[in-house]
Design a protein. Structure first.
Lengths: 164, 198
């Protein structure tokens, strides 16, 4: 007489061990997926330009191409600089548009502000206040600033490009 | 399974523990600066400071302020004029126009800087002379360089301008040697400005 074989079915539970393992595995996978997916829900639909890259490129462009003398980077041509901030486009300067976003190569969806300052504030050269673009908002976050140093009119000034 | 157990299965306990730990980690990640944060610098800020240093060197070279600073050397003592410690300036830039520009642009805004002058010795190896030493740069430092050529008839400078002692004068001890005695070139030096946030 053979001993009664005890199969997998022990006790009144309808769920076998392997059933439980599969169920627990699926549950853990679902929990892990949800935890990994939640940060992605909070991203905006449209990816905008990276402000830091844009500001950096605009700063490079202003100090080495746009307002500089054609020979040396970081040396600004005073006549062209004044003309740029006044809004005229004389020949012989390396810009041919007075729209700030266009001239700096910043897309139309970003706001940009360009100033040339020294240690006391925004510089005025030849009666022209060297600031262009609308004033940046007061909030301290969300405004990316790029800075450069350049020679203008015999003195070293700082160029600030603010993008938000 | 007895009815008064609050925790039915170990799995439930594990999931609860995982949720707790991830919420703590999330809350900690939201804090931007902790007491152990090494520096408030970021790559964008470093790039900007590097570009400002490069622009400063270019504008100083254009104004003719860079060479007088390199040659602000006291030939009899063998040090820069009025240097503070071990032949270098440790509290700011040198007392020249370039040093003033450095102080205004960097030191007054909480950015430390080192200025090194790299030259070649007679064996063609690169040696360094410290001009400004604010200490060891942090791991978030960035440098800008500019090449300056020194000629045989360049004069040394002191507090009142150019002296009439040239660097090829054998009675003075200049930090760089004449690597090309047969030509007008004395040495080719690289001025390096290393900046980092304090």
């Amino acid at each position: 007489m053979s001993a009664p074989r005890r199969g997998v079915l022990e006790g009144p539970r309808a769920q076998t061990t392997i059933d439980f393992a599969i169920g627990a595995g699926v549950f853990l996978l679902a929990v892990g997926f949800v935890l990994g997916f939640i940060p992605g829900i909070l991203d905006p639909f449209v990816q905008s330009q990276n402000h830091a890259t844009v500001a950096d490129r605009a700063g490079d462009r202003v100090s080495t191409e746009l307002l500089s003398t054609s020979v040396d980077p970081y040396v600004l041509n005073a006549t062209c600089t004044e003309a740029f901030f006044v809004g005229s486009t004389p020949s012989g300067c390396q810009f041919d548009t007075t729209d700030l976003n266009d001239a700096l190569g910043v897309g139309t969806r970003l706001n940009v502000n360009l100033t040339i300052e020294n240690s006391t504030g925004i510089v005025t050269v030849g009666g022209v206040r060297l600031a262009a673009g609308e004033a940046p908002p007061d909030r301290s976050s969300g405004v990316t600033i790029a800075q450069r140093a350049a020679l203008l009119d015999g003195e070293t000034r700082r160029i600030f490009v603010r993008v938000w | 399974m007895s009815v008064d157990r609050g925790q039915a299965y170990t799995l439930e306990a594990l999931t609860a523990a995982v949720l707790l730990v991830t919420s703590i980690i999330f809350a900690l990640q939201v804090t931007a600066v902790t007491p152990l944060t090494a520096s408030t610098s970021s790559e964008h800020i470093e790039n900007q400071q590097g570009a400002v240093a490069e622009g400063l060197l270019a504008s100083a070279a254009e104004q003719g302020n860079l060479k007088p600073t390199i040659l602000f050397w006291d030939g009899t003592v063998g040090e820069f004029h009025r240097s503070t410690y071990l032949g270098a300036y440790t509290e700011g830039g040198p007392p020249t126009a370039f040093g003033t520009a450095l102080n205004e642009t960097f030191r007054d805004r909480g950015i430390a800087f080192d200025v090194n002058v790299h030259y070649l010795n007679r064996q063609g190896q690169r040696r360094t002379e410290e001009l400004v030493n604010f200490g060891e740069p942090s791991t978030h430092a960035i440098a800008a360089t500019r090449v300056v050529t020194l000629y045989d008839n360049d004069p040394l400078y002191d507090g009142s301008g150019a002296t009439n002692v040239t660097i090829q004068n054998r009675s003075i001890s200049f930090y760089a040697p004449d690597i090309s005695p047969g030509s007008r070139v004395f040495n080719v030096v690289i001025v390096e400005v290393v900046v980092w946030r304090m």
